[in-house]
Ligand binder design. Sequence first.
Ligand SMILES: O=C(O)c1ccc(O)c(O)c1
Ligand SMILES: [Mg+2]
Length: 637
Amino acid sequence: MKTSIATVSISGDLREKLAAIASAGFDGVEIFEQDFLAFDGTPAEVGRMVRDHGLEITLFQPFRDFEGLPEPQRSRAFDRAERKFDVMQELGTQLMLICSNVAPIALGGIDRAAADFRELGERAAKRGLRVGYEALAWGRHVNDHRDAWETVRRADHPNIGLILDSFHTLARGIDVDTIRSIPGDRIFIVQLADAPKMEMELLNWSRHYRSMPGQGDLPVVDFMRAVAATGYAGPLSLEIFNDQFRGGSPRSIAIDGHRSLVNLMDHVRRVEPAAVAVEVPAMPDRVRVEGVEFVEFAANEQEAGELGKLLATMGFAPKAKHRNKDVVLWRQGPASSAINIVINTEHEGLAHSSYLVHGTNAYALGIRVEDAQATVMRARALGATLFEQQHGPGELAIPAIRGVGGGVIYFIDGRSELAGVWDIEFEPLPDSKANDAGLIAVDHIAQTMNYEEMLTWILFYTAIFRTEKSPMVDVVDPGGLVRSQVMESQDGALRLTLNGAESRKTLAGHFIAESFGSSVQHLAFRTRDIFATAAAMEKLGFRPLKISANYYDDLEARLGIEPAMSARLRTRNILYDRDEAGEYFQLYSTNYGEGFFFEVVERRGGYRGYGAVNAPFRIAAQKRQLRPAGVPRPVSG
Ligand SMILES: O=C(O)c1ccc(O)c(O)c1
Ligand SMILES: [Mg+2]
C-alpha cells in the first residue's frame, strides 16, 4: 500500500515540507490548497517539484460547500469546481476531495446532493479527473460516512467515490463495522489521524489536536481493519491538523508519520485476516520485553564516586569491573535476577560524549528481550537509528538503537552469548561486605523531555515494544504543569513513564535545562517490604527526601489510614496510595545533581499506578531541597 501525507501535517514552507516528506520515505502527498496558494510558483512548478522528489500527488483538497445548494450558489459552485479542475490538471493530479457542506444555505437531501455529484462526475470525467466525497464530522447535513456513502452510491458515477477519514468517523463514535460493506473500489482515498480523548467541540478537536495513528486514544486500528476488509488497496494518507506539529521540526514530524503508518499496517495485517491488500515490508512482531537488564550511567571519576556512594546507601555494591574499560558494575541481588547499574567513566565513545553534553546521566538502558536481533530488525523497519560502537577484542557486539536524548537502548537476550555479557566482558571485584537492602528489580524508568517530544517517543516505544499506554495525565508542579504518560507491558516487565515539561520552572523543566536535554530523571527500584528496606537503607546512611507533616495529616483524613500506620509512614518519609486492586508505597532519595533521583516502591496486591496523587508533594519537597527558600541560586560561570 502506498503511503501518503497531507502537506498540512508538516511545518515549514512547501519546499521544506516536500523535502521532509520525501526523505521520510512517503510515496505520495496530498496538496492542501492553503499550502499551494501560499507558494510563489505556478501549479505546474509545484507539480514538477513534487515529482522531482519522487513523490506523486495523491489528492488535491479541500473543496468546500459544494453539494445541495440553491441557485444561484449552485451554478457558482460548479464554476468554482471547474477552476480547481484547471489547477489540478496543471498540478498533475487526478483526485479532488470535497468535504460535506457546512454552509447555512445548504439544503440537504441525499438525492439532491447525489444529483449534484453525478453532474460533477460527468464534468470530471471529461478531463480524466475523479472526485471523492468526505463527511466532515460537523457537516451541516452530512456528518457521517454512511450518509456520504449513500450519496456516492446514488450518484452512481464511476468518477465519484467516497473518502474516509478516521478522525471524522471515530470522533463521532460511529461503528467502524459499517465500513465493511462498502466496496473497496468505491473508496477513492483513506485519510488517517488519531487524537487524544478530550471533551471538546468536534471542529476544534479536529483542527488542533489530531495526532499520528498510535499517538492518541482513538481506535484507529479497528477503523483500519474495517477498511482493509473492503479490499481497499489505495493510498493511506495522514491528514494531521496539530498546532504543535505546525511549529515542530518538519523532518522529525515526517519520520514519526511514516513510522506510524508502517506500524499501523503491520499491526492490521497481523490481526485482520481480511487484510489481503495491506502490504508492508516483512518485520518481526512487536517485541515482548522480559525485563530491564541494566541501566548505565556516564560520569566523570569524581561524580562516579558520589553516585557510587549513593548507590551503596541503597544496598548496591561494586561487583565487577570491565576487562578493557573504565566501567564498573554495581549490583544488588542474586546474579540470576540482580539489579545491574553500570557506571561508565571512559574518556571516549558515546558515554563520554554524553557526559560532556549532559553531565552525569543514565544514558543507556539494557532491555532483556526474547530475541535481540529481531528487536533491532523491527526497530530498523520502523526507522529507528541503529547504534554501533567499536568494540574491543573479546567484547560482544550488543545490538542497540538510539533512544531519548541521544541515549542508547541495548538489547540482551537468552538465546545468544549476549546473556553471558557480565562474565564475558567483566571480571569480578573482591567481595565487599554483604549489605543488601532488599531491592529486587527496576520497577520503572522515568524519562523527562520537552513536551513537544513526547508524542515522538510514545510512538517509538509502543511501535517497537509490546506496551500499552494509558491516557496522559497532568502532574501539578508548583512551577507549572508536567504531562505524564505511562507505557507498560501487560506483566509489568517494562514500565516507562515519560514526563513532558512545558515550563522551565517545573522540576522537570529545570532538569532538562540544567542537563541540556532529555534524559532519565528517575529510576525506581522495587522491594517486597518497604519498611524493612527503608530501615536497612537508613543504616547504610541513606538520606530520604523529607516529606511534610501536612501530607500525613491529609493522608489520614483522605484515606482513613490508621494512626499507627500513618506514624510508620511518617517516620520513614514513605508516601502512600491505593486503588481498588491494591496499595503503593514510595520512598525517594534526595536529588543527585540537578534533579536526578532514585525511588523505592512496594506494590501490594494488583496496584497498577505510579502514585500520581503524591507527585505534587514529592516535587514540592524536592524543590525545597534544590533551592532552599530565600537562598538565591549561585550564578555558575
Ligand atoms: O477541518 C476541515 O475543514 C477539513 C478539511 C478537509 C479534510 O479532509 C478534513 O478532514 C477536515
Ligand atoms: Mg479529511
